[in-house]
Design a protein around this ligand. Structure first.
Ligand code: ASP
Ligand code: MG
Length: 408
């Protein structure tokens, strides 16, 4: 008998018919001899609705009270799913985060899980129940309701799987797994059978929304067997997130391509080339809470240099204001901006053991006449900043060049 934690996202429980569909799926797993713990999100759109409601009442809602409001979405779905299960003859019992006791710190709207009391859940399972737990929420040491950040139900699922030492944590969503890239841009994109935790973390931080980043970190740390699957398909193995050592030798060099259209570049021209300049430019930017992504400093010529960095497009105007304010003090000549940048990243643990991955990427882009403006790398990732109008072309040619079009 296996113990499985299944998490169903907002679209999977988006209306009564879909909730009944989830109930049938869960019942099937239990009938096959498994113990099943289910974590659910709020019905799709509900969390957004609740946040908007709070903002209509107060300009800056108190975080403690905001958590009281937004956590209710999940409370509705746990009750409804239990009713649907009972309606088809399955014993089921619901718990809010506070009832399980999923203990978190007190960082409202982005709390971290500290401890889970798994004993009551185990007892219910042993008595033949399906246990349904509200995702996204917990309770702090003072008994205040907390939430775990947007997409946090994934983390609830993984944390419960770790606490219960579950055999597998299955994340059911509206896609049937993790893809080599976005199929809307590259129709040849393929579903991956496996991907490593590290690759998944890179993809998540590059903007893939399949899993909340924190849930991937958690699963890696506690070695939870994590799988992403579609809640709308009867069959399918989804994508299994694995640890690197378990990968077979034939693993491709590159596993996936991520991209982001939403970048902008700032260049500070003619800054004196002396110690402290990077700090004087980026310090005020950080103080303004603007996240900086790629950074380049040119070689100096006649004692001055150019300094470029990228920010999210929506932050460009704010960043320019910050720089205009410090420009004179730094002794910079001028600031130029480019609002229409995009970032393309190739990700793969195979890069560690293969030389020439970067040059292959650069050659592929050069052959299409695509100019690379900035480059940044990690051990398993190479990102380039290019003009946005070339983004889709870049993703398509790279997908082909690295053999992602054909099954491994
Ligand atoms: N309902 C929450 C959200 O929309 C949590 C989740 O769905 O994972 O972010
Ligand atoms: Mg989600």
């Amino acid at each position: 008998m296996a113990l499985i934690v299944q998490k169903y996202g907002g679209t999977s429980v988006g209306n009564p018919e879909r909730i009944k569909n989830v109930a049938r799926k869960v019942a099937k797993f239990q009938a096959a001899g498994n113990q099943v713990v289910v974590v659910v999100s709020a019905m799709s759109g509900e969390t957004n609705r609740l946040i908007a409601l709070a903002k209509e009442v107060a300009g800056a809602p108190d975080p403690r009270e905001l958590d009281v409001v937004v956590s209710t979405g999940e409370q509705v779905t746990i009750g409804l799913l239990c009713m649907a299960l009972q309606d088809i003859g399955v014993k089921a019992k619901s718990y809010t985060g506070g009832q399980v006791r999923i203990l978190t710190d007190s960082a409202h709207t982005k709390a971290r899980i500290l401890n889970i009391d798994e004993a009551p859940i185990k007892k219910d399972l042993d008595e033949g129940n399906v246990v349904v737990v509200a995702g996204f929420q917990g309770v702090d040491e003072h008994g205040a309701i907390t939430t775990l950040g947007r997409g946090g139900s994934d983390t609830t699922g993984v944390a419960l799987a770790a606490a219960l030492k579950a055999d597998e944590c299955q994340i059911y969503t509206d896609v049937d797994g993790v893809y080599t890239t976005d199929p809307r841009v590259v129709p040849e994109a393929r579903k991956l059978d496996t991907i490593t935790f590290e690759e998944m973390l890179e993809l998540a931080s590059l903007g893939s929304k399949v899993l909340q980043i924190r849930s991937v970190e958690f699963a890696g740390k506690y070695k939870v067997k994590l799988r992403v699957l579609s809640s709308f398909q009867e069959e399918g193995e989804g994508t299994l997130i694995t640890v690197e050592e378990e990968q077979n030798m034939e693993q491709p060099v590159i596993s996936g391509i991520a991209f982001n259209r939403d970048e902008a570049k700032l260049t500070v021209l003619g800054v004196p080339d002396k110690p402290g300049i990077a700090y004087q430019i980026l310090g005020p930017v950080a103080d303004a809470n603007i996240e900086v992504d790629m950074i380049i400093q040119n070689v100096s010529k006649d004692g001055t240099t150019d300094f470029s960095f990228t920010v999210a497009r929506g932050e460009l105007d704010k960043a320019v204001k910050v720089l205009e304010a410090v420009k004179e003090h730094i002794g910079a000549r001028t600031i130029v901006t480019d609002r229409t940048m995009a970032k393309v990243s190739i990700v793969g643990v195979g890069m560690r053991s293969h030389a020439g991955v970067a040059s292959q990427m650069f050659r592929t882009l050069a052959e299409e006449g695509i100019n690379i403006q900035m480059i940044s790398t990690s051990e398993i990732k190479i990102s380039v900043a290019i003009e946005e109008k070339y983004l889709e072309l870049a993703v398509r040619v790279l997908h082909k060049a690295f053999g992602l079009d054909v099954a491994a």
